[in-house]
Design a protein around this ligand. Structure first.
Ligand SMILES: Cc1ncc(COP(=O)(O)O)c(C=O)c1O
Length: 387
């Protein structure tokens, strides 16, 4: 049996995905296909590294060993042809916390920060919660997602944008931005002195023949005005260990980030983050390759299912991520009615598209990182409600 076909009961495991929905929607029997974690066990190498630590029984303060930095450096080089040195790496809790720190480090209250529409909801939250002005540039969503470079440049000039937060690969659109696209947006940001924070947490979940380019590899000078946020947590299903890394090659940007980290005393990471990230990067490559094969088949399965059973729902195959963006605009439903129909009639929980920005109206995001039997069950439930 394929290891990813194994169904794991995640109920009563403090899981956001599984253990919050009954209370939210006041009903039982719902199948969660929302929050971006996977219903799969983490790699055996990670679990045995945790087990060895658990077995010694003492959980005091930890140091960050050089071997963690070496594992990060080697992973970036091998998987992404990206050269980072130990001094370029800062460690922090999650990617979203790192994003919040970068907003604090590189902008002042009232400054304007640019993000896309649609994009992962915490991008807007970190900007607004830090009292910065949020503006969004709409991605064109016909066929495949594309940036509107002219509009972005106009907004950058008109709104005096200080910081742009990029999502690459893009959640929820599943795009891997090409080197050319990155060069184009990087040139615009460079010209107008906009700092770029590139969230690359989905960098490892990329399907061949697509290849991922980190923003800092798109053009050598881009490292002077950008930082990269990433983690092993999305790739290896370790979101609960709350651990991320920040790659900063420019000394001034690094100093500013470190200062805010210290102001907030956010410069320590949890021990499971250290152990899990190191084990995953050192020993998880084979597991990841098998995962990508499985996810790719799940994407095909989902795509074919909708084409055949529910052709009014428009979707495309993502180049990256295990998330698919479903367009329900053929149905005359408001966003609220759409969410209610899927919960109350299909008994499935998806992420309402509207939470990603105005362009997400009449869309839903589905997470296909589950055993195929669970996926089939969820898709059949959705089809049943709309037929
Ligand atoms: C684009 C993006 N950034 C960040 C995160 C979350 O990162 P973390 O849990 O490390 O804060 C997610 C999770 O889905 C994501 O999709």
């Amino acid at each position: 049996m394929n290891q990813f076909d194994q169904t794991i009961n995640r109920k009563k495991t403090q899981s956001v995905k599984w253990d919050t929905i009954e209370e939210t929607y006041h009903q039982e029997g719902l199948l969660p296909m929302w929050v971006a974690d996977m219903d799969f066990k983490a790699p055996e190498a990670v679990r045995s590294a945790f087990q060895a630590y658990l077995d010694q029984g003492v959980f005091g303060y930890s140091i960050v060993p050089d071997s963690l930095y070496e594992a990060i450096i080697s992973w970036q080089k091998k998987r992404h042809n990206f050269s980072v040195k130990k001094e370029d790496i800062l460690l922090n809790s999650g990617v979203v916390p790192s994003m919040a720190l970068s907003v604090q480090a590189y902008t002042n209250p009232g400054d304007t920060v640019l993000i896309h529409d649609p994009v992962y909801p915490p991008f807007a939250e970190v900007v607004k919660e830090n009292d910065r002005k949020l503006i969004r540039s709409q991605l064109s969503t016909e066929d495949k997602f594309a940036m509107n470079f002219a509009e972005m440049e106009r907004l950058i000039q008109e709104e005096d944008v200080k910081l742009f937060i990029l999502c690459n690969p893009h959640n929820p659109g599943g795009r891997v931005w090409s080197k050319e696209e990155l060069q184009q947006i990087g040139d615009i940001c460079k010209k107008h002195h906009v700092i770029v924070v590139s969230d690359e947490i989905h960098q490892d979940i990329v399907y061949q023949p697509e290849t991922f380019t980190t923003f800092q590899n798109a053009e050598p000078s881009f490292k002077d005005f950008s930082i990269v946020l990433t983690a092993a947590t999305k790739t290896f299903n370790l979101a609960g260990i709350k651990n991320s890394m920040v790659f900063i090659k420019n000394a001034e940007l690094k100093q500013a980030f470190e200062k805010v980290q210290k102001q907030n005393q956010q410069n320590g990471i949890n021990t499971f983050g250290i152990i899990g990230t190191q084990a995953a990067y050192e020993e998880g490559a084979e597991w990841l390759d098998s995962l990508l094969d499985y996810l790719k088949e799940n994407i095909e399965f989902t795509y074919n299912f909708f084409q055949k059973e529910l052709p009014n729902v428009q979707l495309s195959k993502p180049e990256a991520t295990y998330l698919m963006w479903l367009d329900f605009s053929a149905y005359p439903l408001t966003d609220k009615q759409l969410e209610e129909k899927i919960v109350n009639e299909a008994k499935v929980v998806l992420n309402p598209g509207i939470s990603y920005g105005s362009q997400g109206s009449q869309h839903m995001r589905i997470n296909i990182a589950c055993p195929r039997a669970t996926l089939k069950e969820g898709l059949e439930r959705i089809a049943g409600a709309f037929k």
